[in-house]
Structure formats: C-alpha cells, structure tokens
Design a protein around this ligand. Structure first.
Ligand SMILES: *Cc1c(COP(=O)(O)O)cnc(C)c1O
Length: 422
C-alpha cells in the first residue's frame, strides 16, 4: 500500500465524533442478537474492498466502452465481479452496477415498460416490496400497478388471484419476490402465468439470493426473464444491487441501468461484490445457506412450542413472521422490549392485519446474521425462550434486563466476522 501523506490522519484523529459512533455501532453489532431478516455481517475482506480507494474513480459505461479514461484496473474488477456472479447463479448475463435493490428494480421497469403500463406484483401488506408497485412508491405512481395477495386460510400466495389479475390487466411485467414471506416461491407457476398473458417475468430475490446461491432455495435463473437482487442481505456482500437476465434481454437491461437510470457505478461496491461472490463460490457458503434455513426452522419450532402464532405456520427460508395477536402484545411494543433485551427485530404487518402499518400485529425475525456468527440449534432454543419471556412481560424491566445480560453473554461466545473489538 502507498504511504499516507503527512496531513492525512486516520478517522479516529480526523473525525473522532464519527469514529466513536462507528465504534459504538460495532459494539452494538457484537453485543446484540440481530434478527432483522435483511441484515447480515460481511467479512473483513468485503469491508476492505468496500472501504478502498476505488471510491475515487469514475467509470460511466461498461468494460471496454467507458466514458472516462483510466479504466485499466476498474474494467478488470467489474469483469471479475460479473464472471463470478455468472458462475455462482448460472446466469447468461449479469449487471453489477445498480446502486441497490430498489434501483435494480427500477431498471427492470425502464427496460420493459412505459409509464402507465399495467404491472403486477405482490402487495406490500402480503409481504411484497414497495418497488413492486405499491401506491406510495414511484412504481405505484408511474405504472398501472395491481397487487395480488395471499390466501386467508393458509396465508400462502394466492395463485388464483395472480391468474385472475393477469388475465384481466395483461401486465407488461409480473413481479415475483418478497420481503416478508416465509415460504418457498414457485417460480415455474409464475412463468406459466406470465407466458399465458405475454408478460416479462421478473424475480426479485433480494432477500433470498444467498439461499439461492447456496442451494437452499430453488433458483429462478433460467425461469424468469430477469432476476434482480440486493447484494447485502443473505448474500453477505456490500450494500448494492445486481440484475441477472437472459442474453436476449442483456442490452435492454444494461441500457436501462446506464444511461437510463444511473451515472457512474460505485467501483468500491463492485469490488466488494466480486469478493462476496468469490466467498459464495466456496463450499462453506453452501453450509452457511443451509444452516440459515435449519436455524429458522429450529427457531420456528421453538417459538411454536411456546405458543407463538407463525404466519403460514412455519418457514422454508431465512425468516419467520410472528402474529402476536394471541399474545396480546402489539408488534411495536414487542420489538422495542426485545431491543432493550438485546434482541433486534422489526415490527411488521401480518396478512389481513387489522392494525395500522405503523403499529401492526406482527414481528419479522430472520436467522442470517446469527447463523453467520456460527450459532446453531442450541442457541435457537435459548432464543425462543428469551423471546417468550420478553413478549410475556415487555414492561417488566427486571425480565428485560435479565434477558439482556444472558444475550450479551451468549454473543461474546460468537464473535461476528468483520469486527475487531479489543
Ligand atoms: C430489500 C429489498 C429491496 C430493496 O433493496 P434496497 O437495497 O433497500 O433498495 C427490493 N426488493 C426486495 C424484495 C427487498 O427485500
């Protein structure tokens, strides 16, 4: 590495205020059980790439066709990221430039739709994402969006409704993909429906791409026309987005990302994606992906045996959606008490929730972060017990503080990657 110039102090000296806040966040991420289903811990190697001088470089365009000079090394980095991601998912074409999951989805709209075109996606209250056409999102405002839901009886995707809405509205684009849905997605079923009405099928695997890469969830690659994903959830890369697609859509997707939607790619993120994809190609990643699901299933059983109601009755993936109605505790009260006890989750609507989105009935929890720390079934059993104790007495500070002490002790046994605490 090049020598630092004299007037170039490290963050701790140059900006102690921000440095102290980052150090405190490191402490928090070590001391607490992080159950937010979309979060994880990245490796030291991913952090090193992401925090590198690649942030200094402008690279509008694609390898070999850039609008700025000096791309000798950036092109190699982006091509490596692409080839690793192709290998990981078996994709024909990959674009690693989207700034995050939401811009990746916007690029899919831009590639195939005109403003006002009909589109179809899973509604937010049923576990869909804002960018699948929800009313407050640009995707709900600029397109004629229709939302399918889940069934009342088993809370699984209502394919009869998908078919009915698809025939009625003839969408240009159909989204399959979820942000709060604990079951396996049947991509082939969506493909049939898309084919019947001549729609582009777009699978958004933002949450599950790590499971797909590790073989712990069926892949939509080869079935959907386009697959979008974040890189920072179960995939354990830097914050970013990617689009995988069939070769026939490569041009449309690349043009939509740049120059359609974005300027220069974030090269430091691209390098982080390359590193994360390299990690995901190793056998240990498969073990991790399967352990994420095994832990979620173990935790689901533990919670069920303690009287918790689980949306759909269980899980096939990395997340569990709890309906706390029968526990007589609103999701927000539970989430706040759990956070004080060192168990960090988010309150969430459940399907057909009678309560308001800002004060819903449910809680969403996921196992990616705690699995990355190396926790297993014994820890899932403890976690279920702690959650039961806190949810039964969210206002009882003795209970909450007692659990917090036990959580901290457990966390000390499972140091996460990427964080050096002395
Ligand atoms: C998280 C998520 C996104 C958005 O990702 P951001 O990086 O937060 O923009 C898109 N789709 C789904 C299904 C998600 O879960």
């Amino acid at each position: 590495m090049a020598r630092r110039t004299l007037n170039d102090p490290p963050l701790t000296q140059s900006d102690p205020e921000i440095a102290a806040l980052i150090a405190a966040e490191e402490r928090r991420e070590v001391d607490k059980l992080r159950l937010i289903a979309s979060e994880n811990y990245v490796s030291r190697a991913v952090l090193d790439a992401t925090g590198s001088i690649l942030t200094n470089k402008y690279s509008e365009g694609y390898a070999g066709k850039r609008y700025y000079e000096g791309q000798q090394l950036i092109d190699q980095i982006e091509l490596l990221a692409i080839s690793r991601v192709k290998q990981l998912f078996g994709a024909e074409h990959v674009n690693v430039q989207p700034y995050s999951g939401s811009p990746a989805n916007l690029a899919a709209y831009l590639a195939f739709c005109k403003p006002g075109d009909p589109v179809l996606g899973l509604g937010l209250p049923a576990g869909g994402h804002l960018t699948h056409g929800w009313s407050v999102s640009i995707t709900g405002k600029y397109f004629d969006s229709h939302g399918y839901g889940v069934k009342r009886d088993d809370q699984r995707i209502d394919f009869d409704e998908v078919v009915r809405l698809a025939r009625e509205h003839k969408p240009k684009l159909i989204w399959c993909g979820t942000t709060a849905y604990p079951r396996t997605l049947d991509f082939a079923r969506f493909r049939e429906i898309a084919d019947e009405v001549g729609a582009i099928l777009c699978a958004d695997i933002a949450h599950i791409s790590g499971l797909v890469a590790g073989g712990a969830h069926p892949t939509p690659v080869g079935i959907a026309d386009v697959v979008t994903t974040t890189t920072h959830k179960t995939l354990r890369g830097p914050r970013g987005g990617m689009i995988l697609c069939k070769a026939e859509h490569a041009k449309a997707i690349d043009r939509a990302v740049f120059p359609g939607l974005q300027g220069g790619p974030h090269n430091h993120t691209t390098a982080g994606i390359a590193v994360a994809a390299g990690e995901a190609l190793r056998p240990e990643f498969k073990e991790y992906a399967h352990a994420v699901v095994a832990n979620a299933k173990a935790l689901a059983e533990g919670l069920k045996s303690r009287g918790f109601d689980l949306v759909t009755g269980g899980t096939d993936n990395h997340l569990i959606l709890l309906d706390l109605t029968s526990k007589n505790v609103p999701g927000k009260v539970a989430a706040q008490a759990l956070d004080r006890a060192g168990i960090v989750a988010n309150y969430n609507s459940v399907p057909f929730d009678p309560r308001k989105p800002f004060d819903p009935s449910g809680l969403r929890i996921g196992t990616p972060s705690i699995t990355t720390r190396g926790m297993g079934s014994a820890e899932m059993a403890k976690l279920a017990e702690w959650m039961e104790r806190v949810v039964a007495a969210p206002e009882d500070s003795a209970v909450v503080e007692g659990v917090a002490a036990e959580v901290k002790e457990l966390c000390a046994e499972f140091p996460p990657p990427g964080i050096q605490i002395d």
